[in-house]
Ligand binder design. Sequence first.
Ligand SMILES: [Zn+2]
Length: 228
Amino acid sequence: MRFIKDLFYLFFPNICVTCESSLVPSEKMICTHCRHDLPMVPYPDFKNNKIIASFSGRVPINMATSFLFYRKEGKTKRLIHSLKYKGNQKIGAFFGDWFGFQLKQSGQFNNIDYIIPVPLHPKKLKTRGYNQLTTFGIALAKQLNTTYKPTVLIRTSSATTQTFKQRFERFSKLKTTFHITDTEIFSNKHILLIDDVITTGATLEACCKEILKSENNTISIATIAYTE
Ligand SMILES: [Zn+2]
């Protein structure tokens, strides 16, 4: 049944990603009903909100914002799932345009030098075929009239210490680490770090720590979704 359903989507893409009703020509990606029903994050103060508070005492963040709330079941989850696992990269551009327009209107994101995505591990990139943040980041950069730079912050996994451990331990999860390939490039810059969903913030924190190795930079965070 799943296969037939997937085939159906392939030939009839004009259905709402979240509720599967048919779209009229003026609707894109999601129907008007779902569009009005999206759980938008209502934090107008980018420097003082729940998201930025969650990074307090961990890393200094200038501004933090998310577009939608992410819940166990719901529209955001279906959209992100389609973006991440179904190859539906248009969703990223759709969010980037909409969210980017809002951020531009706020007047507080006019001085971003680079938009940097949380990188995927090269192996994951190979199996998935794309980073789910690419279309989102490009659209966001276009709205904010800045540069999308996906290649400077990279992700690796280190297993060096594990080879000395006992055999069964070698199968334990590899530790993932982040690196910047060019420390000069982020000096004296305002970086907007982007991700799909903030949950614990641990990944973003690790990325920030790496970016902060460059001198005198400012980091802000924007994500598609936020888990309260
Ligand atoms: Zn719908």
